[in-house]
Write a protein that binds this ligand. Structure first.
Ligand code: PMT
Length: 408
């Protein structure tokens, strides 16, 4: 079954008899794990009610561009940013024409214009309308603009005619939508990723840790898997579920994380250290709960192994990516870590003041020895995909096709 776990799919419904299939499409997108929001054009509401679409999507349906209540909730720009993919199903001949012209005269066309997400359309219309030169010209225009076209199928139509113009079935639309997330950029590669905090025990009930939730690292693991990699995620203690189709190894301490990474790194072509690893651990771990005694108490700490630096120092080191979590002088500190840990690429982020740790969104400064680029603030899931794309490009530039022979 196609997987869309945690993907944000904005389902646009334009006016046409095939709108009756939109309810099934919304339901099957959700079955595949997607979060679905729906925009309906005014014409679409003549064929299927917003109440039906609300019931199957689990959210109120967006209809009007200039709706004060809707704008106070998730406004049209926010909706455009929220979407990972906008799927317009059915897409009528009129909607295709408006998309080709770049119109912004209703909510659906405006959001399509305002989004950076992939827009896919599932055309549905009478076969004569489909074959019309005007429709084919509009299709060519939107294709050139990067819009994906799903279908249409051929067969008997609601109007009694036979030919091309039938909207694809919901299951086919879900499969095609899921395929949009599989770039294949990391096909055949093995990747080891660390994520989350570490827990350095003081006694059976206390320890030293930090605020890492694991969200960034888990999102990167999912994005790498979607890009075709075989992923091993070595995770410190988090409240998150294991990402699908990712081999997840749960550890507690930095030493355990180090050992788990080194047990699996020999097969890996890429290592990404996202975990917030404790630099120090208590020199002694008490077997019993430590009792309160004096007014003050000193803790002796000792250095933990540096996992990232140890991977980069391997004789057959993988392409090694580190993170830098900084509260100030982001670029300067990150460059120092890039050099001192001898890694290929560093992804630097600000932390503290609700940034980085635990947050749903993040931004990254990517620094290697040739380039520096900024990945702007966005949901960690989207940021992770952008990061994986950058890593795949750099990896290919460094090793080309040779790598499979070198490290297999
Ligand atoms: O988990 P979230 O709540 O989503 O938050 C994400 C994040 C802020 C934790 C993440 O984006 C991030 O910045 N991770 C790195 C945190 C960190 O420990 O940074 P650092 O600058 O202290 O360490 C530099 C690099 O060395 C990191 O790649 C770290 O994994 C690695 N390191 C550090 C110490 C150590 N003993 N071993 C290591 O491998």
């Amino acid at each position: 079954m196609a997987r869309l776990t945690n993907k944000h799919i904005l389902l646009g419904v334009s006016g046409g008899i095939a709108a009756y299939k939109s309810a099934d499409t919304a339901r099957r997108l959700r079955d595949a794990g997607a979060e679905v929001r729906v925009i309906m054009t005014r014409a679409a509401t003549e064929f299927i009610t917003p109440l039906t679409m609300q019931a199957v999507s689990g959210h109120p349906v967006y209809q009007e561009l200039l709706d004060t209540n809707a704008e106070a909730g998730m406004g049209h720009i926010e909706l455009a940013r929220w979407a990972d993919v906008i799927l317009v199903a059915p897409a009528s001949a009129n909607f295709l024409a408006r998309l080709a012209q770049g119109r912004a005269d209703d909510l659906l066309s405006t959001v399509c214009l305002a989004t950076e997400a992939t827009v896919a359309v599932a055309p549905a219309m009478n076969q004569q309308m489909w074959s019309n030169a005007a429709t084919q010209t509009n299709l060519a225009t939107i294709k050139k603009n990067g819009v994906k076209i799903f279908g249409p199928a051929e067969g008997s139509q609601a109007c009694g005619e036979v030919g091309p113009g039938r909207m694809l079935e919901a299951t086919e639309l879900v499969t095609l939508t899921a395929a949009l997330f599989s770039s294949g950029e990391l096909d055949g590669l093995h990747i080891v990723i660390t994520a989350g905090p570490t827990w350095e025990a003081l006694d059976p009930v206390r320890g030293i840790t930090n605020r890492s939730s694991g969200k960034m690292g888990y999102a990167i693991a999912a994005a790498a898997m979607e890009a075709g990699a075989r992923v091993i995620l070595v995770s410190g203690p988090t409240a998150l579920a294991d990402p699908e189709r990712v081999q997840t190894i749960r550890v507690q301490s930095a030493q355990e994380m180090h050992d788990a990474v080194h047990a699996h790194i020999h097969n890996a072509q890429i290592f990404i250290g996202v975990a917030a690893v404790a630099d120090y651990r208590p020199a002694q771990v008490s077997a019993e709960k430590i009792k309160k005694q004096n007014a003050d108490m000193a803790l002796k700490l000792m250095r933990n192994p540096d996992i990232l630096a140890s991977v980069a120092a391997l004789a057959a080191a993988p392409y090694t990516v580190g993170f830098a979590a900084e509260t100030n002088a982001l670029e300067e500190h990150a460059r120092r870590k890039l050099e001192s840990k001898k890694i290929d690429l560093i992804a630097a982020n600000y932390v503290g003041d609700d940034q980085g740790f635990e947050a749903e969104e993040n931004s990254l400064l990517l620094i290697d020895r040739e380039n520096i680029i900024k990945l702007p603030t966005q949901a960690k899931t989207k940021l992770a995909r952008a990061l994986i794309q950058q890593i795949a490009q750099r990896y290919r530039a460094k090793y080309g096709a040779k790598i499979h022979r070198l490290r297999s």
